[in-house]
Write a protein that binds this ligand. Structure first.
Ligand code: K7E
Ligand code: CUA
Length: 654
């Protein structure tokens, strides 16, 4: 029996492989088909601005990259879960707490799904959220500064993948676990997984005023893998949908053992009902240990707080809140159309797409049309929830987005294409190749009530021969298609950082006007700030030395420091006194075991240095800031540990 399954499955894989390689062979041919008007459509003249922002996840880079669309120009890599020496993120003293977790300092993660905050189901451009998949975390990026300002760890979770998607009014950012684990964690045999491991679905509330995140409740679900999720929209607002696989609850050789059930589930969660239950005192508070890290823009510093408990909800305690919708073949993507009526399940091992109807779901619940239950959670009869099927649309469907004009666009990984189909008729209208093996796709606003259906961005898993070769490792790739007409048109390939999983896009006008130009010095509340040169000083506290330093075109104050000794720990707290747009200064010190700082106007940042060698050691500005940038330098005299040279500091006293 087992052998047969392996055989069958390898057959499938072989077909898959054949498809991919055949596509690869065709590339140069399809390349030449681009018309010259495609170039015009992505051309943004020098000095002009793009029409859309695109926020593309960095995957295993752990970051989030900001692009302009349609040009595909890279504007910024926002450090989120990984240290970034360019911006000192995770290196300077101010941002190190952002990467604190219950496992200690974790300077990397795998970021997958950015999602922009919404009001009334429309993008509002306040924040973009993104999940850390590996050490479960959700980050929030402020879209006035384009900086990560909050990271919350998600306890009882592992492989935080069905994350981070927001409800219509950003009431919650939702984080579902991919891997089920013992909840709470404990030492137990792996082969006792079935029935014992659990999957936590976390609802993280977002304060409507300041955006502060807090885990409101976790639903402790059966031990399936919760792969992707999507909130209900409009008529289905108040519900959340999660795709599952491995409903077999296998813990080994999942490629076979998690592909046995003909259908897995999309779990439909009535979060409003659970919220009400919790607000009325329902749920169980259990011990937990997770970090909540918040960056304060006025102190320019992050603090990390360990939280010690979390509220859990047993689905069986809230009857009528959760149902399972049978969905063929290990669904990956789980997407809801802008009207909230259709829930698209993409069975990875299926050629068809399964679309469920929200209206039918409610009727089936009403009529108790159940085909059984899983651990007490009712399974709705498949036929009673099915809206339709897109037949034989391609191979290996993954993700779907919507253009707001009644069309859906689904990626097919194995057959390497984006397929356009029509809601309600379920007819395929158009298909275009991708190069190659596309994962997610993104239409700006395409998962909201109001998509901007002008472009679709495909994010590919395999690049092969699309760009100049760069050794064994080649760049990852995105492709932009014009979808304003009946037929899609491929406009542009552009490279991306890490692995682009999902992206979020919005009209540039939504963010442009709110983008901060500098930090006001008078609002700087950093405890070690020197707000004028007169405030600069050097203070010794035992073996710790604090340098309160300023920087302005084109000098540091002070720039000569003596009395530092081997064995000291020296903190450079540097305030950039500039109050003009786009005048950062940098600073770095020879031998410091950290990165440079890159300090924005009005901001204070700190790096530490532990001098190990006697001498006179220079520091300098790392950002070419003025014609006299090369003159921005200074010296620290380091004396032996037992020397009695007093601390002194100066500027301009040659
Ligand atoms: Cu890349 Cu959304 Cu993590 Cu599919 S996931 S491809
Ligand atoms: Cu300051 Cu270069």
């Amino acid at each position: 029996m087992m052998k047969n399954i392996i055989k069958l499955f390898s057959g499938f894989l072989f077909v898959a492989f054949a498809f991919t390689s055949c596509d690869n062979g065709n590339s140069s041919q399809s390349n030449g088909a681009l018309s010259s008007s495609a170039a015009e459509k992505v051309y943004v003249a020098p000095g002009e601005h793009d029409e859309f922002y695109g926020f593309i996840s960095g995957g295993f880079s752990g970051q989030l990259a900001v692009y302009g669309l349609p040009s595909g120009r890279l504007f910024k890599v926002i450090p989120v879960f990984s240290q970034d020496a360019e911006k000192a993120y995770g290196y300077n003293e101010e941002t190190k707490p952002m990467l604190n977790t219950s496992h200690g300092f974790v300077p990397w993660d795998d970021s997958h799904h950015p999602d922009i905050s919404q009001t009334n189901g429309e993008l509002d451009g306040r924040w973009v959220f993104i999940n850390g998949n590996n050490t479960p975390r959700i980050a929030k990026i402020d879209l006035t500064t384009f900086e990560t300002t909050e990271i919350i760890e998600v306890p009882n979770s592992a492989g935080n993948h069905s994350s981070s998607f927001v409800t219509e009014n950003t009431e919650y950012v939702v984080a579902g676990t991919r891997f089920s684990v013992p909840v709470p964690q404990k030492d137990m045999p792996i082969n006792e997984y079935k029935g014992n491991f659990k999957g936590a679905l976390s609802f993280i509330s977002v304060d409507p005023e300041d955006g502060r995140m807090d885990i409101k409740f976790q639903i402790i679900m059966p031990g399936f893998n919760y792969d992707l999720s999507h909130p209900g929209r409009d008529k289905s607002h108040g519900w959340f949908f999660f795709s599952t696989y491995n409903t077999e609850e296998a813990s080994s050789l999942l490629e076979v053992n998690a592909s046995q059930n003909d259908k897995d589930f999309i779990a439909a969660v009535n979060w409003k009902k659970i919220e009400e239950y919790v607000n009325n005192g329902g749920g169980t508070t259990v011990p937990a240990n997770y970090a909540h890290n918040v960056y304060d823009e006025s102190t320019h510093m992050a603090t990390s707080t360990m939280k010690k408990e979390v509220l859990t909800v047993n689905p069986l305690d809230v009857p009528g809140a959760i149902y399972l919708l049978p969905t063929p073949k290990s669904p990956h993507g789980c997407d809801v159309d802008p009207s909230g009526e259709y829930i698209v399940g993409s069975g990875k091992l299926s050629a068809n797409l399964t679309i469920h109807s929200f209206t039918k779901m409610l009727a089936a619940i009403e009529g108790e049309k159940f085909s059984g239950d899983a651990y007490g959670i009712p399974i709705i009869n498949f036929e009673d929830v099915l809206a339709g099927t897109v037949e034989q649309a391609g191979l290996g469907p993954l993700h779907t987005e919507f253009d707001g004009k009644g069309n859906a666009y689904t990626t097919f990984f194995i057959s390497s294409e984006v397929v356009k189909w029509e809601l309600e008729t379920w007819e395929v209208i158009d298909r275009k190749d991708t190069y190659y093996s596309v994962g997610h796709l993104m239409i700006p606003g395409g998962n909201s009530r109001k998509p901007f259906g002008k472009y679709v961005l495909a994010m590919n898993k395999i690049t092969k021969d699309r760009y100049l070769p760069t050794g064994p490792e080649v760049t990852q790739s995105a492709q932009l298609y014009d979808i304003s007409g009946d037929k899609m048109e491929l406009l542009l390939d552009f490279p991306t950082i890490g692995e682009p999983h999902y992206a979020a896009g919005c009209p540039a006008d939504l963010l442009k006007a709110n983008s901060k130009k500098l930090f006001k010095l008078e609002e700087n509340k950093h405890p070690y700030a020197a707000l004028t040169e007169a405030d600069t000083k050097v203070v010794r506290d035992g073996k710790t030395v604090h340098i309160y330093m300023t920087t302005i075109r084109s000098h540091f104050a002070p720039d000569n420091i003596e009395g530092v000794k081997v064995g000291d720990k020296v903190y450079f707290h540097v305030t950039n006194l500039e109050q003009d747009y786009d005048v950062p200064h940098g600073i770095s010190m020879i031998g410091a075991n950290t990165s440079e700082l890159l300090i924005m106007p009005g901001q204070t940042e700190t790096f530490s240095w532990e001098p190990k060698q006697v001498g006179v050691w220079p520091f300098y500005c790392t950002d070419f800031c003025s014609a006299l940038h090369q003159e921005m330098q200074g010296y620290v005299r380091v004396s032996p540990a037992n020397s009695n040279i007093e601390l002194s500091w100066s500027l301009g006293e040659d």
